[in-house]
Design a protein around this ligand. Sequence first.
Ligand code: F6R
Length: 363
Amino acid sequence: EKQGFRHYMLKEIYEQPGVIRAGLASYVSDAGWVNLGLTPDFLKGIDRVQILACGTSWHAGLVGKYLLEQVANIPTSVQYASEYRYAPPPVIPNTLVIGVTQSGETADTLAALELAKSRGDRCLGITNRTESSISRIADQILDTQAGIEIGVAATKTFVAQLLIFYLLTLELGINQQSISEAKAQNLIEGLRQLPAQIERILESQERYIEQLAHTFAHTKDFIYLGRGINFPIALEGSLKLKEISYIHAEGYPAGEMKHGPIALLDQDMPVVAIATPGTVYEKVLSNAQEARAREAQLIGVAPIDDPVAVDTFDHLLPIPVVDEILSPILTVIPLQLLAYHIAAHKGLDVDQPRNLAKSVTVE
Ligand code: F6R
């Protein structure tokens, strides 16, 4: 069943190019038109989006907010479902509420969506299990089509959720005429390149990351830095590490480092920085250099062909240069591998980490 992989998690990491290919084949025509199969009325007259989720799905929602606001110009909020349940914001008409849950059974997400529905909001569910409970609550459902995920730590379902957010942003943006056709075609073209780019990252980096895992297996704490659309990936990288390797890790927006976490930095606190060319590239590199000045070991997820990046980081996990909007689907890959190999090196039960379950059906 594991098809030669040592753990399901690693198998599922390797399934990600196929997951993106399958999602594109289902939802995008050869000519590059997005059709998510939602009824036309459902996407009309939306002034605002509210995303509700937990854990890794919440991180996908944070990337979704960035896309909906920065690409389609639609005001978007993201809240933990467990917080929204007991303190929902005032009702705003024409809000589309999106519940994101790979299992479709997370108690807090279901309750939050039920509350939104009772307040009169239209509700969309994004799930990997269309037969699950969320389908009873949401008005419409989007299937992430990642196939069953067995490893408790979400990997392929996360990139599948990201893909849905790209496509939903395109569909809404085109409906609302906030995205030009040319821009949409450009993004679709970029999405189509991703599977091969993920494959290249997996092929070229796994061995190196496995070695790196030896170096860091006994580290007690990590800090992950990202900015803009890659801030959620810093959160996701640190969550993966915590969940399966039991190493304490914190994700921060890189610009916040100097407002507190910098006090933690020394030679025993490695920093993982995600630096991708675009609006905040130089800023993240300079945040990383500040960390180096405090003797932190630096691991960089960054392009290999930039001498400044090569010079800044002690350990470079290279990714190809792409439009920064598309970069999260690539930057998360080396971080999944890093968490996986550290946990595997420590001999831990990667697929069934302690105290965690694949679906959290209690509050
Ligand atoms: C992370 C992880 C959890 C889940 C969270 C939400 O690897 O597995 O953080 O993401 O429990 O689960 P779903 O998406 O099923 O609602």
